[in-house]
Structures are given as C-alpha cells and as structure tokens.
Design a protein. Structure first.
Length: 505
C-alpha cells in the first residue's frame, strides 16, 4: 500500500499505474484526494460543492482492472460540464440558494466517468464565468493561489487550477472561452490546453461562435495526451471535428510526433487587435524573459526559432461588443427561465448587471455584422499557419498575476476590474476566435513566487505538434508537479523566471 501523502505529488498516469500494480486501489486513491482537500482547501477555497461520500461510493464499485484512469480522482468546474444529480450554481448566489441538481450529465461528464475518473467535487469560478480573469465570486469567496495565497488563481477555471496545483487531484475539468483555462494554468504552474474548435464534444450545449471549448488541467504532458484521447472522439454526425492522429495522442506522443524540425516564431509584443488603446507597459520583463528561456530550450532541441510578429491579422482592429452582449442576453434568458422570474439588480454582482444592461441594447443586425467581421479576421490569422509545423510562441499573460481583491469591481465602477484584468487575455483570446489549439506551459516563478506560463499556438487540429514540443520542454526543463504548500513557499517567495524549471517537488 502506498503512503497516501505521497499520492499528492503523482500525476494521473502514475496513480493509474499504482492501481494496475495493486499498490493502491480506486477507493484509496479517492480517499487520499479527499483527505488532501480537507487538509488544504480551507486555505485555497477551490472546491465549492464537495461530493466526498458519493465519490467514495463510486470508487468502491470500480474494478481494479477497469478503464484507463479507474479510480483516479478529479474535480469538475461548476460551469457547463454538468453531472446528473450534482449541485450547480455557476457561482450565482440566487442559483446557489435554489440548491439546483443537474437533471442529466453532459457528454463530457459521461466521458470522464467512462474513463474511470471520479469527481470529488465541483470547483470555484467567477459569477457566470465572466469578468476579470480571476476567481473571487461573492457567492463563494475568493480562490487563493496555492503558490502564493495572497494572489489570484486566474479565471474563470481558477478553482480547478488551484485544486490540481495544491495536489488535491491530478486532473481537473476546465473550460476556455477567452483564456479561462490557459490563464489559470499559467497562474498556477500547470499545463492548460485550449483544444481546436470541435475537438471535444460539448453536447448538449451549443456555441454559435464556436469559440468556447472544454478541456482539462494537468501537471504532465502524458496526462494531457491521455485525457485528450479519452475525451475527444467526435460524436456521430458532428461537423467540423478535427482528425485524430493515427493511434491517438498518446501513441503519437510516444513516437515524438514525427521527429520534424519545427519553425517557431517568438512574439512578445501584445497583439494590437486586443491591446489597441491600452498601456502595454504592464507586460513585464519577467514574462518576456520566460518566453526567451523556453525559446532557448526549443532551439537547443533542434528547432528553428526566430523573432517575429506572426500573423499580420493580430495587429488589425477587431471589435465585437454587440456580439458579446448578445451572448450575455441569451445567458440571462436561460437564468430567468430557471428562476421563473426576471433577474433583479441585487441578484447578481455589479459587473454582471452592468453587462446585462448593455446587452439589452444589442441588436441582431449589429451582432451578425460583427460575427461576419470576426470570421473574416479569424481566417486571415489562420492563413499564417500555411505549414502545420509552424508554431507561435508568446507569453500566456500580458500582465502579472493580480493580488486577491485587486480586480474586484464596485457598484460605482462595475467594469474597472475587467478593464484592468483584460491584459491577462491579450495573448489568449485571439485563438479562441480562430479556433486553433493553444497550450500554456509552466516557465518559472515571478518575483512574488507566482508561476509564469508561456503559450504555444499551432495550426487547427494540430494538438499533436504542441504536445510534442511540450514534452521536449518537460524533458529538458521539468516543472514542479504541485505547489509546495506544506514547505513554506505558499506565502510567496522571490524567484527568477525559469528558476523552478529543472526540478520537481
């Protein structure tokens, strides 16, 4: 039997290997995660709806020779990945008070369960997954960074990221509509992959713009490849699903993709399409240095690395306020249908109400015009990837991770926090619009002891290329598998970019 305390530092594949060898059963793996949550979640506040008893019961029914990840514990973001019979509220106080239970599971939730993963709870996120990229909802309180508890975990998948970084679970469900998976990955020292549009089925939900995707947060490339294999087979009749590599992502990774020498273009200036009119000096030297550090690692591995701007479209003006507002209006209608009454100002946080008020003025013709402009812009950006081996390397964040409370809005200035936090999404949001895969990889700590991430962007459907590059980085400059909360650094500690790479804790 394995010491349960040691399980916190193991990735999902390692935990599954212990089960296969008979050294730790499914129940033991799940109970260890629940014990770890009891020990550390009072500090970080990552899990808002625990399901400890049901998780233990579920684990007891899983055979040792079960699915690939049988008994491996996980957490699920309290957003669109609903689980039958499980509580959800989208971090809205008014929905939390109703104690709603999901009537059925989404396709992705069913795939997690079929893979053998056992959810021990649903995680914290900002109200309606909206606002500045941090996780501090009024409904549940702030989620704190396991690396430095005075700082944010990012958002909107912040609770999921914190649970993995703290060693509670090795796998967490997350989602990304503008960087909300990659940003928490960067803030918490994890791998966060925004998959290609159409890669992971989101049924029964539909996204007319096709920019919002589901995914997982993990600590190792092999976990990322395996969870991608288990969650990404297309649904029958699906349109626009990218092809899966022959043999799957795990097999492709084992063969080191195809041994090709990649052309990697390094860009550290914020895309003007996102940052026009903003002061870009918030992108500090630490994040730029982290990009160059990873660039040197890849160059040493034999890839052709060069400085450049990447797609010209990244610097062309793009504005979609009416399109975004129309989506908020649709979400409001969904919530009011569930409530059985109109929403009132006091039902939601100030920024949510302010956006709903703006959404009331959006018109269909305006939104459709902006959708057409967005599609043309996205096509222009994607054309830069004329060869599938091309990769763009950027910072993940356009500014440092904020302190807890730094981006919290007020009734008088409901959008102040969102505006101050938007630089965090400068490099991530463009690739939700284009539908391309983008992967945040850990690249050291900043002066506050908070992790830094760098982003790899590939051609549509070429997650295999990004996984291969991440595996080379992992071998040459490995990152810690979890925050050393028990070792004194969680209060914050200065470190140069890249300083944590090259060792594991």
């Amino acid at each position: 039997m394995t010491d349960r305390a040691e399980l916190a530092g193991l990735d999902a594949v390692a935990q599954a290997d212990l089960r296969r060898r008979g050294e730790a059963g499914p129940s033991e793996l799940v109970e260890a995660a629940i014990e770890r949550a009891a020990a550390v979640d009072g500090t970080i506040n990552s899990i808002v709806y625990p399901r400890s008893e049901r998780a233990v019961e579920q684990a007891a029914t899983i055979p040792v020779d079960g699915p690939p990840l049988a008994g491996v514990p996980m957490v699920v973001k309290d957003w669109k990945c609903l689980q039958a019979g499980e509580r959800w509220s989208w971090s809205m106080r008014v929905l939390d008070e109703l104690e709603l239970l999901a009537e059925s599971s989404t396709e992705l939730a069913r795939r997690y369960e079929s893979a053998g993963l056992v959810s021990i709870g649903r995680t914290n996120l900002p109200e309606l997954a909206f606002g500045p990229p941090t996780t501090e909802p009024d409904a549940h309180g702030p989620c704190r960074n396991p690396w430095a508890t005075g700082y944010s975990v990012g958002g909107s998948s912040g609770g999921s990221a914190a649970a993995v970084a703290a060693g509670i679970v090795p796998v967490a469900n997350a989602s990304d509509g503008g960087g909300s998976l990659r940003i928490p990955a960067a803030c918490c020292g994890l791998l966060g992959l925004k998959v290609s549009s159409g890669r992971i089925p989101n049924a029964p939900h539909a996204d007319g713009r096709n920019i919002k995707v589901e995914g997982t947060l993990v600590t190792s490339v092999r976990d990322l490849a395996l969870t991608l294999d288990l969650t990404s087979p297309p649904l029958a009749g699906a349109v626009g699903s990218p092809p899966i590599p022959a043999g799957g992502f795990v097999d492709t990774l084992a063969r080191s993709v195809d041994g090709a020498r990649r052309r990697i273009v390094v860009r550290t200036t914020p895309p003007l399409a996102m940052s026009r009119g903003h002061d870009t000096s918030c992108l500090d030297d630490e994040h730029i240095a982290a990009v160059h550090h990873v660039a040197r690692v890849l160059e040493a591995a034999g890839h052709a690395v060069e400085e450049g701007d990447g797609p010209a479209g990244l610097d062309e003006r793009l504005g979609t306020p009416n399109l975004y507002a129309a989506e908020r209006a649709a979400l409001r209608a969904t919530i009011e249908e569930r409530l059985g009454r109109p929403l009132q100002r006091d039902d939601v946080e100030p920024r949510t109400w302010a956006m709903f008020e703006l959404a009331a003025n959006a018109t269909g013709p305006q939104a459709l015009a902006e959708l057409g402009n967005e599609q043309r812009w996205s096509a222009a950006v994607r054309r830069w990837w004329t060869e599938p081996t091309d990769v763009l390397l950027t910072p993940t964040l356009g500014r440092s991770t904020p302190a807890i409370g730094e981006l919290k809005e007020t009734a008088e200035e409901p959008f102040a926090g969102a505006v101050a936090g938007f630089p965090m999404a400068w490099f991530t949001y463009p690739f939700n619009l284009t539908g391309q895969p983008a992967l945040s990889v850990p690249a050291g700590l900043d002066r506050n002891g908070v992790p830094i991430g760098v982003q790899l962007i590939g051609a549509w459907g070429r997650e295999d290329v990004l996984l291969g590059l991440a595996a080379e980085i992992e071998r040459a400059a490995p990152w810690p598998t979890r925050a050393p909360m028990d070792g004194g650094r969680s209060s914050g500690q200065t470190s140069e970019p890249g300083a944590t790479m090259g060792r594991r804790t």
